[in-house]
Design a protein around this ligand. Structure first.
Ligand code: 5GP
Length: 186
């Protein structure tokens, strides 16, 4: 086909702790890809920066954004709300820049309906034990939150078959290369 390839929206889903954030950051570091910054009602973790990692908002602010139709998708995940601001995604795509969304399963399903052309990638751990180990060593959540995230992870992994591609995060370099190839970046 003549002309430049159409900029594409890519969804990166996968269970908490699998390494989506690290992988997405590596892709954005090496390729001309925009990472979407989500809005969330969860508390910032130590070191997280408002406007960079997330837009940290109140439930009222989040609800107002939903009401105004400002979110491309949104979902509740373990008691907190998370959503993708629509405008920056559309602006980047309009400029011809691919956009990567790092989101959970319910959001990925909404994008599948709203943007059927989006590429849907599921990142999965090499083993269940490895996911448990990663969540434990990351230590960003207490034992109760961690258990809840592992329970959610089970149902997310069970839905991997819905995605266009499943990438095993056994090794970061390997996973980056696979995702870049799927996105047509190399
Ligand atoms: P965390 O609290 O670990 O930063 O994120 C929890 C989960 O929410 C992760 O699976 C993450 O990918 C997902 N998430 C982050 N931003 C969004 C978003 O904008 N929409 C949806 N649906 N999920 C998100």
């Amino acid at each position: 086909m003549a002309g430049p390839a159409r900029a594409r929206l890519t969804v990166l889903a996968g269970p908490s702790g699998v390494g989506k954030g690290t992988l997405a950051a590596a892709i954005a570091d090496r390729y001309p890809v925009s990472l979407s910054v989500s809005a969330t009602t969860r508390e910032p973790r130590p070191g997280e920066i408002d406007g960079a990692n997330y837009f940290f908002v109140s439930r009222e602010q989040f609800a107002a954004a939903v009401r105004r139709g400002e979110l491309l998708e949104w979902a509740e995940y373990n008691g907190n709300l998370y959503g993708t601001p629509r405008a920056p995604v559309e602006a980047a795509l309009a400029k011809g820049r691919p956009v990567l969304l790092e989101i959970e399963l319910a959001g990925a399903r909404q994008v599948r309906d709203a943007a059927p052309d989006a590429l849907q990638i599921f990142l999965t751990p090499p083993t269940w034990e490895e996911l448990e180990r990663r969540l434990e060593t990351r230590a960003t959540e207490g034992p109760k939150q961690r258990a809840a995230r592992l329970e959610t992870a089970r149902s997310e992994i069970a839905a991997a078959g819905e995605f266009d591609a499943v990438v095993v995060n056994d090794d970061l370099e390997h996973a980056v290369a696979e995702v870049a190839a799927l996105m047509g970046l190399n």
